[in-house]
Write a protein that binds this ligand. Structure first.
Ligand SMILES: *[C@@H]1O[C@H](CO)[C@@H](O)[C@H](O)[C@H]1NC(C)=O
Ligand SMILES: *[C@@H]1O[C@H](CO)[C@@H](O)[C@H](O)[C@H]1NC(C)=O
Ligand SMILES: *[C@@H]1O[C@H](CO)[C@@H](O)[C@H](O)[C@H]1NC(C)=O
Ligand SMILES: *[C@@H]1O[C@H](CO)[C@@H](O)[C@H](O)[C@H]1NC(C)=O
Ligand SMILES: *[C@@H]1O[C@H](CO)[C@@H](O)[C@H](O)[C@H]1NC(C)=O
Ligand SMILES: *[C@@H]1O[C@H](CO)[C@@H](O)[C@H](O)[C@H]1NC(C)=O
Ligand SMILES: *[C@@H]1O[C@H](CO)[C@@H](O)[C@H](O)[C@H]1NC(C)=O
Ligand SMILES: *[C@@H]1O[C@H](CO)[C@@H](O)[C@H](O)[C@H]1NC(C)=O
Length: 455
């Protein structure tokens, strides 16, 4: 289905754009083909590479935290038992680090380091709880709770829960360094599936400096008013797939920041929260680069943004080749937004001449309800315009019928139904590509006819 729609879209694009500048056509066709980058995302990885640790023939060595003295009563400090069990599991091939079902383990901030022997499985069936009191947090572990580091080929699985016990942190001063619940750093060929992560002091799941990570069937939840509790945060990582994840928090459901490319998200439920974001990028004049991001299939509800790209004034670098497909929005403010004036600080952010450049951003088949008047907002830098924004089959409605599209310094192209109208994009493209409105409409109508006959 995805493949055929993709193929169809590429054909459609080819037809519609046959008359338009070849340069534009090539860029857009390239966008249509995004998402086919080489990362294992299908059944083979699930069935072949993730054997059940209980199976007779698997030859697995079970390393149960209980065997190292963990009490699992939700009160006793089980940190040392977890560390001892990790050391054992990590050092022997085919180990299963087991956190058994039906028990609750209290564990301090801990760094679980690799490299480990081959074929390690981290099987979390029980609940792991963070200490509740921020004041007692070990100052050597200010930003982490459970950090896994320098691993290759490790599978995290099980129906267990990681509970960051964050409520006292949320109330604490925002100057305090807060811990992220689960971090996986400097690792490759990692899969994470079926886990629940909740109530993190800060971000729930940080993927940093990793290559080839697959996260599936993961549930992330925290109250909608808990500060900075991003769901999944991807930084300086490549070839990451998020699939079938349900995320509701007080900040971005997913945030993808500097140094990340080839990121694919499929079937994501998001809400409440701040939506699915690329950025922020470019803070304090920094360089931010994010490329090749595809979202296909999402339901976003009760969020302050839908699909968002956010950059600070004064940054450099670029966001390029991004596609958001098949998204249903319900009661979302700013369903489609590019914000190059992002400013999440108590100071006024002055406009600067430098900005992170945004180009080749495609939105297809996005529908639903907006609670903000500006259903689509392309607020781009005056000196570094957004280019090649492509809209196809957009239908965003506000209850009172007043939805509009806002553009500043944004150029692009639209075809198929686009509601609210996005003439502010095409007006610029008319000048940019030297076409008048009649020619653009003919192209758009050609596209619509094709849609009707071929679907
Ligand atoms: C990470 O693991 C590799 C082996 O895979 C090892 O050579 C390296 O020293 C480790 N790095 C750190 C910081 O522990
Ligand atoms: C865990 O944290 C508590 C509270 O700070 C401390 O008393 C305890 O010693 C820590 N456990 C370990 C194994 O360091
Ligand atoms: C937070 O961490 C930074 C380093 O990452 C450190 O410089 C700063 O002092 C810490 N702030 C607090 C309040 O602990
Ligand atoms: C929407 O999210 C807010 C928190 O951000 C929450 O208070 C409210 O109950 C949610 N609305 C619905 C309909 O779930
Ligand atoms: C951005 O990511 C690149 C690539 O990983 C890295 O070299 C650079 O230091 C990062 N920049 C910032 C500001 O973090
Ligand atoms: C960023 O660059 C601008 C212009 O050069 C400068 O005025 C500003 O102080 C810089 N900000 C930071 C945080 O370095
Ligand atoms: C458009 O999106 C909806 C879900 O929002 C989906 O049911 C439908 O199949 C999509 N259409 C195409 C052509 O992909
Ligand atoms: C920056 O520029 C934008 C677009 O022209 C404008 O809307 C905004 O008010 C400016 N911000 C400041 C702080 O001058």
């Amino acid at each position: 289905m995805e493949t055929s729609f993709l193929f169809f879209s590429v054909c459609l694009l080819t037809t519609v754009l046959g008359l338009v500048d070849n340069v534009l056509h090539d860029k857009i066709a390239a966008l249509g083909e995004l998402g086919s980058f080489g990362i294992n995302e299908g059944a083979d990885m699930d069935t072949l590479e993730m054997p059940s640790w209980t199976s007779e023939r698997s030859g697995k060595v079970l390393v149960n935290v209980d065997s190292f003295g963990a009490a699992g009563d939700g009160i006793s400090d089980d940190t040392q038992a977890f560390i001892s069990a990790w050391n054992q599991a990590c050092s022997a091939p085919k180990s299963v680090f087991l956190v058994p079902q039906g028990r609750r383990y209290r564990v301090n901030a801990t760094r679980f380091k690799g490299p480990c022997a081959k074929k390690l499985i981290v099987q979390i069936d029980g609940t792991i709880l963070a200490p509740e009191e921020p004041k007692k947090w070990d100052p050597n572990f200010l930003r982490i709770w459970l950090e896994f580091f320098n691993l290759t080929g490790v599978h995290f699985q099980g129906r267990g829960v990681l509970d960051g016990s964050g409520s006292r942190w949320w109330a604490a001063s925002c100057k305090r360094n807060k811990s992220n619940a689960l971090s996986i750093g400097s690792s490759s060929a990692i899969s994470v599936r079926d886990l629940s992560i909740q109530n993190s002091p800060q971000m729930h799941f940080v993927i940093s400096h990793c290559d080839s990570v697959r996260v599936s069937n993961t549930l992330i939840s925290a109250p909608g008013d808990s500060p900075n509790t991003d769901g999944i945060h991807i930084t300086e990582s490549t070839n990451v797939v998020l699939q079938n994840c349900k995320i509701g928090t007080g900040d971005d459901c997913v945030s993808i920041v500097n140094g990340s490319s080839n990121i694919k998200m499929k079937t994501i439920y998001c809400g409440p929260g701040h939506g699915i974001s690329i950025g922020s990028l470019g803070k304090d004049n920094s360089t931010g680069i994010v490329t090749n991001v595809v979202l296909n299939g999402a339901f976003i509800w009760n969020t302050t943004n839908g699909v968002r790209i956010k950059t600070w004034q004064g940054g450099s670098g670029y966001v390029r080749a991004v596609r958001f497909d098949n998204v249903r929005m319900e009661d979302v403010a700013n369903p489609i937004i590019i914000d190059q004036f992002y400013c999440d600080s108590s100071f006024i952010c002055l406009n600067q001449t430098a900005a992170v450049q945004i180009s080749q951003i495609m939105y297809r088949n996005i529908s639903g309800t907006t609670v903000s008047q500006e259903a689509m907002k392309f607020a781009c830098s005056n000196t570094v315009p957004c280019t090649d924004i492509v809209l196809y089959n957009i239908n965003l409605e506000k209850k009172d019928g007043t939805a509009v599209t806002y553009c500043n310094s944004a150029t692009g192209f639209k075809y198929g139904l686009v509601q609210p109208a996005a003439d502010c994009l095409t007006t610029i493209i008319n000048n940019y590509y030297g076409r008048n409105q009649v020619q653009i409409d003919q192209l758009a109508n050609g596209g619509e006819n094709l849609v009707h006959t071929e679907l």
